[in-house]
Design a protein around this ligand. Structure first.
Ligand code: FAD
Length: 508
């Protein structure tokens, strides 16, 4: 189920089958693929809902739909539709044949998205949705013969500048109403402009079947005023249409909170992170090659070297590393990699947990925390373990994280911010201790930016970390300013993220 949206919203859930809804449909569709844990998707919700409410009366000419790609049961559908980052918004023309026929919308502004939809609807000449009114401008001869060819009681003409959208919006607002047709007349259609003596734009005229013509006088020349006026005309009626509506299995939003200890690191979070990254994030790519394959190999390599895996996972990491190394410089189909992750051809017991089950990283609601929390935790632990085990490559873990985030982290906005920080200062890291510090410091920068944001779990506010309760020596107040005793922070990081501080509670 989509945790961010529900059946109250004028949206269709794609959970029951994105293919059957979006493809081969006599309606146009605008689908948003999101991940409920992704903060940028949560922030996008308000704009998306503005759009959804704004165009809900355009159904069934056009539907808005959503799919939560964070749900593992939806992974395959998201992949089929080529979704690699979140949120992704795609427009589907009527009778689209393939998932790859979706046209991406990059603009996130509700007005821009609405206009994009209108442009696409108008461009759909071959098989426009049956419910869609004609959107192209009307010509003088068409006006003359309108009532001979149509059985509407009224024709509303809205004269407007070519670059404006109002007349088409009003026409679409009337999709569910019978009795009136709304057409735009462009300012440069001189024959009609002269005939109706129009001097200002927009201006509306109402033509009746009985031959009468009157100027539409409104308090304001706006979409809302036109729509209200036209809907209230005698004889104009709302028609009953069986709309496709929300249908999804009810989501169980109750979160069973477990007793957690904030001073330990839970192996369950770390294993869940590895599971989710390898089986959900990497799975978005049908074929792995080039930079992305290198990022994956580095990730497995760093896990193999520094992750304190339990024996079954250790065997799997060794196997994956050897397997991937044989594929270097090739194209690796994800399904082959998935077989390897699932230990398909392995005789020994090599297992990665098949579920994400977060403990410390569990949020107070399903959309909070979870995977991104586990990503931070995993890489802090890896920087600390690299320092404890020693290696010549001081930036190995940080570079691996950077590569992972760039190649696979589904929260595209997050990845962009992280890349900015990495570009700014990652190169100045000179030692394994500085790598620990860099990640701690950068994570605090992110915490500061996100503090108070709508995506913040109220039960886990974004603080400058570690708090006094965890490390009394780490923070110092100089006047009103928080400063850090950095050697104390480093000592604390090395204890907190050490193997000795791992809890194996709640593991299966
Ligand atoms: P998280 O910030 O995920 O932290 C997890 C745990 O790590 C905390 O509970 C705490 O125990 C510990 N911790 C906290 N701070 C530190 C620190 N400085 N050093 C060491 N340990 C610490 N979300 C957005 O909305 N916008 C973004 O741009 C964005 N960028 C991100 C970039 C990356 C690379 C990642 C991994 C995530 C990003 N996120 C972003 C998600 C966001 O940072 C959080 O992960 C998410 O909101 C969940 O927050 P949380 O409360 O679980 O704590």
């Amino acid at each position: 189920g989509a945790h961010l949206y529900d059946e109250q919203d004028p949206l269709v859930s794609l959970e029951k089958g994105a293919h059957s809804l979006l493809l081969n449909s006599s309606s146009c569709w605008v689908a948003q693929f999101f991940a409920s844990w992704c903060g940028h998707c949560q922030n996008f919700k308000s704009s998306w809902m503005v759009l959804a409410n704004d165009v809900k009366d355009w159904r069934p000419a056009v539907y808005l739909a959503v799919l939560d790609c964070a749900e593992e049961s939806n992974t395959k559908m998201c992949k089929d539709f080529g979704v690699q980052g979140f949120p992704t918004v795609q427009f589907f023309n009527t009778f689209s044949k393939n998932p790859s026929d979706g046209i991406k919308l990059y603009n996130r502004d509700p007005d821009q998205m609405r206009q994009f939809i209108i442009d696409k609807l108008e461009a759909q000449k071959e098989s426009p949705p049956p419910a869609c009114p004609p959107l192209e401008p009307i010509s003088a001869p068409e006006v003359d013969t309108f009532f001979e060819n149509n059985d509407e009681s009224y024709l509303a003409l809205i004269f407007e500048e070519p670059e404006t959208y109002m007349a088409r919006e009003v026409a679409l607002d009337m999709v569910q109403y019978q009795g009136v047709s709304v057409r735009r007349v462009l300012k440069d259609e001189s024959e009609l402009v002269e005939k109706f003596k129009v001097t200002s734009f927009p201006t509306g005229f109402l033509l009746c079947k009985n031959g009468s013509v009157s100027k539409i006088n409104l308090k304001e020349e706006s979409r809302a005023h036109y729509t209200r006026f036209l809907r209230s005309l005698p004889g104009v009626r709302k028609v009953i249409i069986n709309l496709v509506t929300w249908s999804a299995d009810p989501v169980d939003d109750t979160v069973v909170r477990r007793a957690v200890n904030s001073s330990v690191i839970y192996m369950a979070d770390l294993e869940s992170s590895i599971h989710y990254s390898l089986r959900v994030e990497v799975a978005r790519f049908t074929v792995l090659h080039g930079d992305r394959l290198r990022s994956l190999i580095n990730y497995i390599s760093v896990l193999k070297k520094y992750f304190p895996a339990r024996p079954y996972l250790r065997s799997l990491l060794d196997y994956l590393y050897a397997w991937l190394n044989k594929q270097r410089a090739k194209l690796v189909p994800y399904k082959d990699f998935a077989d390897a992750v699932n230990g398909k051809n392995l005789e020994e017991n090599a297992v990665l947990t098949p579920h994400a089950d977060f403990v410390w990283c569990q949020g107070s609601k399903p959309e909070f925390r979870g995977f991104p929390c586990s990503v931070w935790t995993l890489y802090h632990l890896l920087t600390v373990r690299a320092a404890q085990l020693g290696t010549e490559q001081t930036k190995e873990v940080l570079r691996t994280m950077r590569g992972y985030v760039r190649s696979f982290f589904g929260c595209t906005g997050c990845a962009h911010h992280f890349e900015q920080m990495a570009k700014e200062s990652m190169n100045s890291v000179r030692s394994l201790d500085e790598a620990i510090r860099w990640l701690w410091f950068s994570h605090n920068r992110v915490n500061k930016r996100l503090a108070g944001d709508a995506t913040e779990d109220p039960d886990f506010p974004k603080i400058q970390w570690p708090p006094k309760e965890l490390c009394a020596d780490c923070q110092k107040m100089v006047g009103n300013n928080l400063t850090w005793d950095e050697p104390a922070v480093l000592r604390f990081m090395k204890t907190h993220f050490s193997e000795n501080n791992l809890s194996y509670d709640y593991l299966e």
